[in-house]
Design a protein around this ligand. Structure first.
Ligand code: B12
Ligand code: SF4
Ligand code: SF4
Length: 405
């Protein structure tokens, strides 16, 4: 194929044929919102995600990652499930992206196939590197520049037809090609993406900013990673700050609130039917590490691991019990699971269970005496300093409750 515009269009079409919902190409060059990124880091909003600082300079231009790159091919694949999950006292509330298999593997495979298709269409070997969360690239800006949508006030890339429940990924190509924008681009976005608020279809809407349970969206497109529920439930190894825990509500893995309220997701097409439900909250608390590894290693839950998921489930259960409205039988089941979790192998899970007991007993005072006894016994055998601290704090909460009972 001689004409490079026709080749760029053929590559877009190949991406659609491979199951991507949209794709676009844009010449590689400097990242336009890199200054915003550096300010974000300087203000400490990356928190414990230290790799973001390590990669900061590389993100200034994809050619720092791959000096030979001439074109950025960006793709998007929707993951909105067809139906919501039924909600009960013990059901696990998890981000929709975790409802299917690990997206990194699926996207990676499709992108590798797309790379081979590029070579076939170009009729020559093409040096390339595919990425999905795996390279120091500002994927949202590049997606916007490739005409896949705009960066909304919630910080997410929104496609006017597909909404924001999208995985992004792409391929860097050593092949000079002209822009071939995806179908989500509009007016100036392919030319000056992310340059101003005008490059957005959010208009006067502020729904995501108002709804974020932790106040993590501190300004349009500026998300404080330290407060975003995805960090403490997916990325962190330890326990979130005390002040944040009640605001995390009952999310056990990630959070979708700023997407649930977004009007652009109302009519977004769904990708798959209801997936297998994750274990209930008390099951996460009882799942031993070997069974967890066997069942969840290759799912998104593998990232926090058995201890991390038990920690998350304990915090969520504590918050749910504290919200009230439980019948006695269910409350007994919840409190028993938390008491048993004091015996888990991971200190972070023991600490979370202790905090959750203190919190839950504020709404369920009938559990206080048993909780006090078992917490004191757990503290006596505890050797981990942070778990000890959590237990001491929880005991102080329970003692204060007793004094006011
Ligand atoms: C680190 C990270 C996180 C961190 C930090 C979140 C954040 N807001 O940056 C945490 C763990 C909190 C997180 C959470 C989530 N993440 Co995340 N995350 C990433 C990762 C690996 C890097 C992002 C990064 O560098 N952030 C730092 C910010 C400052 O830079 P940036 O995102 O590159 O770009 C910003 C600028 O371009 C700016 N911008 C653009 N134009 C303009 C214009 C103006 C005027 C201004 C001022 C700014 C501006 O807006 C962007 C957002 O702040 C990317 C993958 C990647 N390599 O890009 C996935 C990614 C962004 N995450 C993704 C997802 C799905 C999520 C969650 C929805 C998961 C969940 N359900 O819990 C949440 C959503 C939180 C949110 N509202 O943003 C998807 C987003 C898909 C989409 N539709 O946009 C990505 C692209 C992964 C993927 N390959 O699909 N994530
Ligand atoms: S994912 Fe949840 S916690 Fe994070 S910014 Fe969105 S609403 Fe806030
Ligand atoms: S909820 Fe409103 S402000 Fe937030 S991203 Fe969606 S349209 Fe934009």
């Amino acid at each position: 194929m001689g004409d490079s515009q026709a080749l760029a269009q053929a590559i877009r079409q190949a991406a659609l044929d491979l199951g991507f919902d949209d794709a676009g190409l844009v010449p590689a060059g400097p990242t336009l919102t890199h200054g915003f990124y550096l300010d974000w880091l300087k203000d400490g909003l990356g928190g414990e995600l230290t790799y973001l600082t390590r990669h900061a300079e590389l993100k200034a231009d994809p050619r720092r990652v791959a000096p030979w790159a001439q074109t950025v091919l960006m793709t998007a694949r929707g993951y909105r499930p067809a139906a919501p999950r039924p909600e009960g006292n013990f059901s696990s509330r998890t981000a929709r992206y975790a409802w299917g298999p690990d997206y990194h593997l699926d996207m990676r495979e499709r992108l590798d196939r797309l790379g081979r298709e590029v070579e076939r269409l170009a009729g020559q070997p093409v040096r390339r590197r595919s990425f999905v969360d795996t390279a120091p690239l500002m994927e949202r800006e590049w997606a916007a520049r490739a005409g896949l949508g705009w960066v909304g006030k919630n910080g997410l890339l929104i496609h006017p037809r597909l909404g924001s429940y999208l995985f992004l990924g792409g391929v860097l190509l050593e092949l000079p090609l002209p822009s071939a924008p995806g179908s989500g681009g509009f007016s100036r976005s392919a030319e000056t993406p992310g340059a101003s608020q005008a490059d957005s279809r959010c208009g006067t809407c502020q729904a995501c900013i108002a709804a974020c349970p932790t106040g993590a969206i501190t300004a349009p497109r500026r998300v404080d990673a330290r407060r975003c529920i995805a960090t403490p439930t997916i990325e962190s190894k330890g326990l979130p700050p005390l002040e944040l825990r009640p605001h995390m509500g009952d999310w056990v893995f990630g959070c979708d609130v700023c997407q649930e309220v977004c009007p652009w997701n109302r009519k977004a097409p769904s990708r798959h039917g209801p997936a297998e439900d994750p274990p209930e909250l008390d099951r996460w608390l009882m799942l031993d590490p070997a069974s967890f590894q066997q069942r969840y290693r290759h799912t998104p839950y593998g990232r926090p691991g058995a201890g991390g998921m038990a920690r998350n489930a304990a915090l969520a259960l504590g918050n749910r019990l504290a919200a009230g409205g439980w019948d006695e039988l269910s409350a007994g089941r919840g409190l028993t699971a938390l008491l048993q979790a004091l015996g888990r192998a991971e200190p972070v899970a023991r600490g979370a269970a202790a905090w959750a007991l203190g919190r839950a007993c504020q709404a369920r005072p009938e559990g206080r005496v048993a909780a006090q006894g078992l917490l004191a016994a757990a503290l006596a055998r505890e050797s981990d300093p942070s778990a000890r601290q959590e237990m001491e704090q929880a005991l102080a909460v329970l003692k204060a409750l007793g004094a006011t009972a």
